[in-house]
Ligand binder design. Structure first.
Ligand code: ADP
Length: 230
């Protein structure tokens, strides 16, 4: 599903956020990206999500070589294949949960009625069938994040990228969000999740550890760490 080969990212001004990252993630995996603040986790997620282009190296998503795609091609790849979830939810204020999710399908080429039908189904899947008409300020943090997850998966993308999805939540709500992500993986979605939370990281089947823009370990539950970098 994901293949990064020797990817570097240098921001204008010279900050080398990624210093040669290679990573392969198979379809259906649930992978935690862990590491200290500033280690390049968000940059890697942005590059993986085609929100940002790498300075050097190859990025393949679901078989597509990202460098070979135009901006319009990248937008189409994102709209059809990648769902995003962020720490701060990014829901539209004054807009119901149903419309927040339905609007996420605007670029899928569906009619409004079909968008709303799929949005309602996605909200049911995250346990918010009873909150469809509520606006974000009428929802708890955990509920907002579940709306954001519904929006991310309403179009059935094969890949879900989550940047600290539990970072703004209490532990009970965070557990609910992680249960949802596990359920999505069980349904076949490939899920990458950045987390600072050691307990969450330790509970995941695979952990990719980053430091100073590099992958320093790749650990699978029940197996030893593979030291990266050689
Ligand atoms: P993490 O997600 O692990 O906290 P980031 O990927 O956000 O790490 O950041 C990696 C490095 O890149 C940091 O030194 C950060 O300050 C820098 N950085 C991130 N985004 C930008 C940007 N848009 N412009 C310049 N430097 C950036």
């Amino acid at each position: 599903m994901i293949s990064l080969t020797d990817v570097t990212k240098v921001y204008p001004g010279g900050v080398a956020a990624l210093g040669g990252v290679s990573l392969d993630v198979a379809a259906g995996e649930l992978v935690g990206i862990v590491g200290p603040s500033g280690s390049g986790k968000s940059t890697m997620l942005h590059v993986l999500g085609t929100l940002d282009r790498p300075t050097r190296g190859e990025v393949r998503i679901d078989g597509y070589d990202v460098a070979a795609l135009s901006d319009a091609g990248l937008s189409a790849l994102r709209a059809s294949r990648i769902g995003f979830v962020f720490q701060q939810f990014h829901l539209a204020a004054g807009t119901t949960a149903l419309d927040n999710v339905a609007d996420g399908l605007l670029y899928c080429g569906l009619r409004r009625g079909e968008r709303r039908r799929r949005a309602a189904a996605a909200l049911e899947r995250v346990g918010l069938g009873h909150r469809m008409d509520h606006e974000p300020n009428e929802l708890s943090g955990g509920e907002k994040q579940r709306v954001a997850i519904a929006r991310a998966v309403a179009g059935d993308p094969p890949l879900l990228l989550a940047d600290e999805p539990t970072g703004a939540l209490d532990s009970a709500s965070g557990d609910g969000v992680m249960r949802l992500l596990r359920g999505l993986q069980a349904g076949g979605t490939t899920v990458l999740v950045i987390t600072h939370d050691r307990e969450i990281a330790a509970s995941l089947p695979r952990q990719v550890r980053m430091r100073d823009g590099r992958v320093v370990a790749d650990v699978r539950a029940g197996a030893g760490a593979t030291e990266a970098g050689r």
